[in-house]
Ligand binder design. Structure first.
Ligand SMILES: *[C@@H]1O[C@H](CO)[C@@H](O)[C@H](O)[C@H]1NC(C)=O
Length: 317
């Protein structure tokens, strides 16, 4: 057989937004840079405040801190490289770099799905059995739940990445995306990928469906419990403790399903790129904002921290 018609690919080219004029790309660079800095600051602030403020030493904020940590990792895997492709004309990424990026994307993405489910369970216990909450959600259980949420990402990421990157690539190395996501990389493979595709579809559905069902289940119980509360004030109070999480979960799942579960016909690479921006760039920025604006406890903790910081500054000569 002809062996000469496939050359080993040693690097990939991220097409990113190269179809757009350079001025637009510079504008996008600025916009994404600002969004990214806000994301890093917001999530770091959540980590610092939930660590430092004794009022926020409850399971809910323990999980929130871990979510912020995860968001920082997730965006770190994608955004700096994307910013580079917008600014520099050289948009190559090494073979290993592309595989590593895909692994981390999977790792953080899968873990985020499960961590969001854990947070829903936490809200379920808090609202449906408030008296037993401190006993059920003790420190050990919380640590275990977080460890469980962080475990499916590793094996799934390894299998997906090593399988995909062991396929032969023939010459064409242009990834039509701003990061090494698996559908655009899969398009460059020149071998029969049917089995892999089945695995990827089933895997994605399970990864998204299992946590999603757990979340729905938790919220159905929560809704039933809230409806049973007689006073409107009590209803509001119970709802306010889970509204931020509900908003964050909805944003995450809506943007994810818009990107990955759409009929093939209206799935042009350009529209897919735009949609991917929602969960790679926008939601990680919104999460800390949602939690700090909608949540009195976080707002109070933030203002206490600022006052402390100001007081410290005034004391130093
Ligand atoms: C979040 O949980 C993981 C896994 O248990 C742990 O390695 C990490 O340090 C945690 N991060 C924060 C900020 O608590």
């Amino acid at each position: 057989m002809a062996t000469g018609n496939w050359t080993r690919v040693s690097e990939f080219i991220l097409m990113s937004f190269s179809s757009l004029p350079t001025e637009i790309q510079s504008l996008l660079f600025l916009a994404f840079l600002v969004i990214y800095l806000v994301t890093l600051m917001g999530n770091s602030l959540i980590i610092l405040v939930t660590l430092g403020d004794p009022m926020l030493h409850s399971p809910m904020y323990f999980f929130l801190r871990n979510l912020s940590f995860l968001e920082i990792g997730f965006t770190l895997a994608i955004v700096p490289k994307m910013l580079e492709t917008l600014l520099a004309q050289d948009t190559t990424i090494s073979f290993l770099g592309c595989a590593t990026q895909m692994y981390f994307l999977f790792f953080f993405g899968v873990n985020e799905c499960f961590l969001l489910a854990t947070m829903a369970y936490d809200r379920y216990v808090a609202i449906c059995s408030p008296l037993h909450y401190p006993v059920i959600m003790n420190q050990r259980t919380c640590a275990k739940l977080v460890a469980i949420s962080w475990s499916p990402g590793f094996p799934l990421g390894i299998v997906q990445t090593t399988w995909l990157f062991s396929f032969p690539f023939c010459g064409n190395n242009k990834v039509n995306h701003f990061f090494c996501d698996s559908p655009p990389v899969l398009r460059l493979v020149c071998a029969d990928t049917a089995l892999f595709e089945i695995y990827a579809i089933v895997g994605t559905i399970l990864i998204v469906m299992i946590p999603c069902l757990l979340i729905l289940c938790s919220y159905m119980h929560i809704a039933a419990a809230i409806l049973k509360i007689p006073s409107a004030k009590g209803k509001n109070k119970a709802f306010s403790t889970c509204s931020s999480h509900l908003l964050v979960v909805s944003l995450f799942y809506v943007s994810l399903s818009l990107t990955y579960f759409r009929p093939k016909s209206n799935n042009s690479p350009e529209s897919k790129k735009m949609l991917s921006l929602s969960y790679t760039v926008v939601t990680p920025m919104l999460n800390p904002i949602i939690y700090s604006l909608r949540n009195k406890e976080v707002k109070n903790a933030l203002s206490r921290t600022f006052h402390k910081a100001l007081a410290l500054r005034n004391c130093t000569p």
